[in-house]
Design a protein around this ligand. Structure first.
Ligand SMILES: [Zn+2]
Length: 330
């Protein structure tokens, strides 16, 4: 497989807003094939990579969908009104370049009379270069979705990219699959859909697989930049973040302890992830059926859901090592 940075670049470039995961699913499926006994997808579109083992069942879940913008109305002048798929802050997307799956490009702009301190999505519009409603309607359809068209860049040992949430975690699990020598677990690596809309794919995947243990791999907020709110403990460069809690889950103490022990024994740089907002697929999985013993491994990420999120490649490497270590040590 290509190196980690190039892999993240490739994954972040694939189209895949919530509910439209066909392209990203195909890219991941091609990359995972050499390391899988079986690859399937379920009704909602979750991509399930199965590596057979004697058991118990271990399920990793990482969402492959991204946030996005959805066309809701065509103005007479050819501009578009839009809604959001997932959490988007209006002020953070002004001037962002965007693209639709059919290649139509555009930019997010703000209405000249808007009060910039109280912005809502109603104050924003998309300019796709159309001069009239008819022309715009010939380019995109109502309900079409767009994603940020910013590109991934390397900045020292960091990566700046539009969709580290959550393609960086997809890269972590693909790399772990590549490195994994042997496992006794009956291993399911699930690339889930529609996480950004409320953990929808993880819910059905967990029900279907019925795992004994589960680990959600996702980004976590790193609030270590100027003026950041005190909303979480993780910092860039602090290593793999072992999830203790977020607003969707209190992780099972046995999982937190096992991961912390493994990190210590194998000298994997790690930190605790205590987050007072946000959620991950762990939130849905641990409540599946009669409950699942669930933990989380998080990649610290600044400015998630903006066109330029930032992560540290050494943290990514620590997360790959921790996933691999956990899977190889029953
Ligand atoms: Zn996420």
């Amino acid at each position: 497989m290509i190196d980690t940075f190039d892999l993240i670049v490739k994954l972040t470039a694939a189209f895949g807003p919530s509910g439209q995961e066909t392209e990203i699913s195909r890219v991941i499926s091609d990359l995972a094939r050499p390391y899988a006994d079986e690859i399937s997808s379920d009704t909602l579109g979750n991509l399930i990579v199965h590596r057979k083992g004697s058991g118990p069942k271990l399920m990793f879940a990482t969402h492959m969908d991204s946030i996005g913008l959805v066309v809701t109305y065509f103005e007479e002048d050819g501009t578009l009104r839009f809604g959001k798929l997932g959490g988007i802050s209006p002020k953070e997307i002004i001037n962002a370049p965007i693209r639709f799956s059919n290649g139509v490009m555009g930019a997010v702009k703000v209405h000249g009379k808007a009060d910039e301190d109280k912005l809502s999505l109603d104050d924003l519009y998309l300019d796709i270069g159309a001069g009239s409603r008819g022309e715009a309607q010939s380019m995109v359809r109502l309900g079409d979705t767009a994603v940020y068209a910013t590109v991934s860049m390397r900045a020292g040992n960091r990566i700046i990219s539009p969709y580290l949430d959550n393609r960086v975690s997809c890269a972590v699990l693909l790399k772990a699959l590549e490195r994994l020598k042997k496992t006794e677990y009956d291993l399911y690596v699930v690339f889930t859909v529609q996480e950004e809309l409320g953990l929808r794919g993880a819910k059905t995947a967990a029900y279907g697989i019925d795992p004994d243990f589960a680990i959600a791999v996702d980004v976590t907020g790193a609030y270590d930049y100027p003026g950041a709110p005190k909303a979480g403990s993780a910092v860039l460069g602090g290593g793999a973040a072992i999830k203790v809690m977020d607003s969707s889950v209190i992780c099972h103490s046995a999982m937190v302890e096992k991961m912390s022990d493994l990190a210590r024994q194998q000298s994997i740089k790690a930190q605790q992830d205590v987050l007072t907002r946000g959620g991950t697929d762990a939130g849905a999985i641990h409540q599946s059926r009669l409950g699942v013993v669930t933990g989380g491994i998080s990649i610290p990420c600044r400015h998630s859901h903006t066109p330029t999120s930032i992560a540290d490649l050494s943290d990514v490497e620590s997360c790959i090592k921790l996933v691999t270590a956990f899977t190889e040590n029953k």
